[in-house]
Design a protein around this ligand. Structure first.
Ligand code: 7TS
Length: 420
């Protein structure tokens, strides 16, 4: 593990992150693409992994790997301790009241599907309503749409304004006695908008409605405290917070999870099975059927240790500086329009360039070594709202630098020169 004092440099006023030292921990960043130094700005899709995470996974497989929970032999015990230790790290990271409220899933998508199926099938009936917003990722739209189709319920959508902020009066207007759940993205992957989730939760709770937060894009950039937020469910993915892919988390308040039926049946989620009747295991195991992604859970634990060691407030401050600079510099390019100009934003600069398809921007930037994402970012309703087929999106992580923003901006200017 890296020593904190090496990652944080003292300064006259505020301590600064030692970005060079941080970058050295990411082996993948030190390579050339098409003969140019890699500038990795596709972090909202998935971010890169520090050596500490790679080592944790490798150590699991090379020293103590075995299936968990089911055996008394030493390797199984060590694996179980490491796996359950990671659950405790997630609990501390989110400040959940109990590790029983932490369920490992394949990612945000599976966490939301779990709630839409298990909570949805039992709590949402014909004529009931589910409230989401225009800026949701497809994984916070489609599971609710499927639920509404199954149950004869209605999906209600909170609109957004031209800056990409939720229209809160419309949200308030949509809440009523038929609303059974509100599911909202904490930070938008397509726009970067940080939603006023405290207010969203307060307004829903005033009417007794539970709230699910999609935290896929918030946990890498903001400190999250589920008890302070008082959200009922919170979902996130390991791979966007410096951890492995294929592993994620559903946090749920214990009393809600206890009342919910299992999402999948199988091994590990039972207490006893007979052909007449199965008794389910206690939380959190009731929702973890089958052999889980053991090494990846342990890798996620290491990633959260890494992020916690640097400090999310420091990460947020660094990324804010980068985003402010990127917004200023990109804004000076004639014909460039930023999509998503909310007052409170995190880590994402989405844009379109007059006369150039975003895919061409992405392809030309790749030739300059710059990795960005182009497309609809699994948020097609956002594209429709802004009347664009797609955007080019640069998204930031703690290891990015102001110099990399300069490379991005120079490359976008080059694209523009080629097309005019
Ligand atoms: N919610 C948000 C806000 C997301 O940004 C994503 C993934 C998901 C949910 C789904 O996460 P998963 O890990 O289950 O796939 N976002 C993106 C993206 O912006 N580009 O690629 C994936």
């Amino acid at each position: 593990m890296s020593a904190l004092h090496e990652l944080v440099m003292p300064a006259d006023t505020l301590p600064l992150l030692n970005i060079e030292r941080i970058r050295r921990e990411f082996p993948i960043l030190h390579q050339q693409v098409h003969g140019k130094p890699l500038v990795y700005l596709d972090n909202a899709a998935s971010c890169q992994k520090p050596q500490m995470v790679i080592d944790a996974i490798s150590e699991c497989y090379s020293r103590y790997y075995a299936n968990i929970h089911r055996a008394v032999h030493s390797l199984s015990e060590r694996s179980t301790v490491a796996y359950e230790g990671a659950r405790e790290k997630v609990r501390a990271f989110l400040n959940a009241a109990s590790s029983r409220e932490i369920i490992f899933t394949r990612g945000t998508t599976e966490a939301i599907n779990l709630v839409a199926s298990s909570f949805g099938n039992t709590s949402v009936g014909p004529g009931d309503e589910v409230v989401i917003t225009t800026m949701e990722h497809h994984s916070n739209i489609v599971p609710w749409q499927m639920l509404c189709q199954r149950q004869g319920a209605v999906l209600r959508v909170v609109p957004i304004d031209d800056a990409g902020e939720l229209i809160m009066e419309e949200y308030e207007r949509l809440l009523n006695e038929r609303t059974k759940i509100v599911a909202v993205v904490h930070v938008s992957n397509a726009l970067g908008t940080v939603n006023p989730v405290e207010e969203i939760i307060d307004l829903a709770h005033a009417k007794g409605i539970p709230v699910l937060l999609d935290g896929a894009q918030s946990v890498p950039h903001l400190a999250v405290d589920v008890q302070a937020l008082d959200c009922d469910f919170f979902a996130f993915s390991g791979h966007k917070v410096y951890g492995p892919s294929g592993i994620g988390v559903l946090y749920g308040k214990a009393h809600l999870l206890e009342a919910m039926p299992p999402y999948q049946g199988g091994g590990d989620m039972i207490r006893t099975v007979t052909f007449a009747k199965t008794e389910y295991a206690d939380l959190p195991y009731k929702f973890e059927a089958g052999t889980p992604a053991i090494a990846d859970v342990i890798g996620l634990g290491a990633a959260l240790d890494w992020v916690t060691e640097i400090d999310l407030d420091m990460i947020a401050a660094h990324e804010h500086e980068l985003l402010t600079y990127a917004t200023e510099q990109l804004g000076q390019i004639p014909g460039l329009r930023l999509i998503g100009t909310a007052r409170d934003k995190a880590a994402v600069a989405s844009f379109v360039l007059e006369g150039v398809h975003p895919h061409d921007i992405g392809t030309i930037l790749d030739r300059e070594g710059v990795a960005i994402r182009t497309g609809h970012h699994c948020a097609q309703p956002v594209m429709e709202r802004f009347h664009v087929p797609a955007t080019a999106r640069a998204s930031l992580a703690v290891y990015n630098t102001l110099e990399e923003v300069d490379v991005l901006v120079a490359a976008v200017r080059k694209v523009q020169e080629w097309f005019t």
